[in-house]
Design a protein. Structure first.
Length: 256
């Protein structure tokens, strides 16, 4: 991405992210509204060899779109400073290779099952991936596993449809999916949601303390769901101790 002769890349996208108390709020760190290419519109017009005029977003337009996507995602505010640049420890880089490949490939398809012990950075990594995907034009939607089903119950006989919204999200991130209390209704809703997304190859990131196989073994429709997850998703196992209890924040990187 170029704007005013300056290169904007995935690792150096000039965004400032802060917390409004609940969610991450992003804004451009640099004002390119005076760009001589787009004149502040974010769009560049070019005449094609076929005589037609074509339009594409410039760096400023992509930057503004990234801000909008991050602000709409409702990412948890506690992780406002998270970045893929945080994940570069040689000790865990091999474990995070699938996440890097997914991000550098096509983050609007496929899925990641991020699992490991308490406090090792699963949510941190998921937020960082969501923010990075937004800079690539992929719209993330963040939901808490138990919170999603709670919202779905509360929406009965109302116009809102949290499960329907989650089903259609371009990139759905479900945090702490293994904290759901299994009931026939919960199992059915999760089965329908993840089955639909797997079959349409829609990008999904899930965080949990356990492997997908262990979690699915507790569900009514666990076997067919695990089969679909293994077909199109990759597992990301985060090793290490609880970083929340360490003196340092233990930041590491996902991409070399």
């Amino acid at each position: 991405m170029d704007c005013n002769g300056q290169r904007i890349s995935l690792s150096t996208t000039p965004l400032d992210c802060a917390s409004d108390g609940r969610h991450i709020v992003a804004e451009p760190a640099v004002d390119y509204s005076g760009c001589r290419e787009c004149r502040g519109s974010g769009w560049v017009y070019r005449d094609g060899d076929d005589g037609y005029e074509y339009v594409r977003p410039c760096g400023w337009g992509i930057l503004k779109a990234s801000v909008r996507l991050i602000n709409q995602a409702k990412l948890p505010g506690a992780y406002a400073s998270s970045s893929i640049a945080d994940f570069n420890s040689p000790a865990i880089r091999p474990s995070l290779k699938p996440a890097g490949e997914w991000l550098r490939g096509n983050p609007s398809t496929g899925g990641l099952w991020i699992y490991g012990g308490v406090g090792i950075g699963k949510t941190h990594l998921a937020v960082a991936l969501a923010k990075a995907a937004a800079t690539l034009g992929v719209a993330p939607m963040w939901v808490d596993g138990p919170g999603l089903l709670k919202s779905a119950r509360a929406s009965f006989n109302k116009d809102s449809d949290p499960l329907g919204d989650a089903s259609e999200a371009q990139l759905l991130i479900i945090d702490d999916v293994d904290k759901l209390r299994s009931t026939d209704w919960v199992d059915e809703q999760i089965w329908l949601l993840l089955k639909s997304r797997c079959e349409r190859n829609m990008a999904t990131i899930v965080t949990a303390n356990v492997r997908a196989s262990e979690w699915c073994s507790t569900l009514k429709f666990g076997h067919p769901l695990l089969s679909r997850i293994k077909q199109s998703w990759q597992a990301v196992s985060l090793p290490g101790p609880d970083r929340r209890l360490e003196e340092s924040d233990g930041r590491v990187r996902v991409c070399p």
